[in-house]
Ligand binder design. Structure first.
Ligand SMILES: Cc1cc2nc3c(=O)[nH]c(=O)nc-3n(C[C@H](O)[C@H](O)[C@H](O)COP(=O)(O)O)c2cc1C
Length: 146
């Protein structure tokens, strides 16, 4: 099983979650930051997971750009997963969240959702992660592939 996890992170919270997700998957797993991957060259994978911080209700510019440049051919029929990190405050809900937008984009390219998009929480606007989120990320990852 080949898995590719692509993430972006400004303050490091999403990076920690991405690495925990990587540890939760068995097989040939790559965890790469968005700038280090050529969207046209992701190759054939069994599982593609994309994650971003939620900034202003959306994924980062780099993740939005990656999603728009990922060829349909490298997503179609592939199992996909989406996650984000977010601040659990009440006011932010109106803007929406990164993970839902990532999932929507991957599914529109023909990706097959392995699990519903997953939120992971920070306790302040720039972090840190809420206690237990790394363990929850690994547990989520274990259910992505049968
Ligand atoms: C400028 C800014 C805007 C943010 N916007 C949102 C938002 O719209 N919704 C939300 O839930 N969290 C928001 N957050 C919280 C971030 O999603 C959270 O800190 C995230 O874990 C950062 O990820 P990173 O450490 O990987 O960069 C915002 C944080 C900052 C600094």
């Amino acid at each position: 099983m080949k898995a590719l996890i692509i993430y972006d992170s400004v303050y490091g919270n999403t990076e920690q979650i991405a690495k925990a997700i990587g540890k939760g998957i068995t097989g040939d797993v790559s965890v790469v930051k968005v700038g280090q991957v050529d969207p046209a060259g992701t190759g054939q994978v069994d599982l593609l997971v994309v994650g971003s911080p939620t900034l202003g209700g959306r994924p980062t510019e780099a993740i939005q750009s990656l999603l728009s440049r990922l060829p349909d051919a490298s997503v179609k029929g592939v199992k996909v997963g989406a996650f984000d990190t977010r601040y659990a405050g009440r006011l932010v809900k109106v803007f929406g969240f990164a993970a839902d937008k990532i999932a929507e984009s991957l599914i529109s390219k023909g990706g097959v959702p392995a699990l519903p998009a997953a939120p992971f929480y920070v306790t302040g606007k720039k972090g840190p992660l809420k206690e237990g989120e790394l363990e929850r990320a690994s547990a989520w990852a274990k259910n992505l592939l049968p």
